[in-house]
Design a protein around this ligand. Structure first.
Ligand code: CA
Length: 242
């Protein structure tokens, strides 16, 4: 199988070179773009498997690139943010990005995020099959047809909101979902009170699904940003600034 093709969008030459060198050393194929207009063009003409996108571009905001790509493709987009503030990451995630890296990042972090994105591609392909009414991740199973979830074969007693929340996270496994995105999907609004409720429901949900013997952490908390369900073989992903 071919190594995925990665589009690297970064105007800062040293950073771009570091990323390209890393990708090359790990036998990824890559193409690069130094501004937003070139990024949109390269994405359309090469249809890469993954996009690594710097948010601070000389000609346009990185979120514009995300919106443009999202109008025709669901390819994983990992944004690279120079600032540690959450607002630009949140805007990028809400525009359709999958994940984010904050500068400066380590090579290990970069590769871990790429692996998560690769897993999302392969699970999306698997889920496209006829048995898509069943979701499994480690000991966790959701039977959408029955409207039930199980942990190691034992039925979980979830409230309707917890079940909805679990389904939303599972349907986007590998992606960081923002508080706004989640509350919009669950309650149709994203007021402060909805975000406060979300924290409460997330805490009770986690208590139920992460109560197995090994206490497998299925859900990652990104403080100030949102939540992500990970495939359980991805638990080693390094976390920083979140
Ligand atoms: Ca930049």
């Amino acid at each position: 199988m071919n190594k995925p093709l990665i589009l690297v969008v970064e105007d800062d030459k040293p950073v771009r070179n570091l990323i390209n060198t890393t990708l090359k050393a790990h036998e990824y194929r890559y193409i690069d773009a130094v501004n937003g207009a070139a990024a949109v063009m390269e994405a359309a003409s090469h249809n890469p498997d993954i996009v690594l996108l710097d948010l601070g571009l000389p000609d346009m905001d990185g979120t514009e690139v995300i919106k443009s790509i999202r109008s025709w493709s669901s390819m994983p987009i990992i944004v690279i943010s120079a600032r540690s503030e959450d607002t630009d990451k949140i805007m990028a995630l809400d525009a359709g990005a999958d994940d984010y890296l904050t500068k400066p990042f380590s090579v290990g972090e970069l590769l871990a995020r790429i692996r998560v994105a690769q897993r999302r591609i392969s699970s999306a392909q698997a889920d496209a099959g006829p048995q898509s009414s069943l979701f499994t991740n480690g000991d966790l199973t959701i039977n959408y047809a029955e409207g039930c979830a199980y942990l190691a074969g034992e039925e979980l007693h979830l409230t309707p909101i917890e079940y909805k929340l679990l389904g939303l996270l599972a349907g986007n496994v590998g992606r960081v979902l923002t508080h706004t995105f989640i509350t919009q999907k669950i309650w149709g609004s994203s007021r402060e009170s909805d975000i406060a409720s979300l924290r409460v429901f997330m805490a009770t949900l986690r208590k139920k699904i992460e109560s197995g013997d090994d206490r497998t952490p299925y859900i990652q908390t990104h403080i100030g940003v949102g939540y992500r369900m990970l495939r359980i073989d991805q638990q080693d992903i390094p976390m920083k600034n979140s």
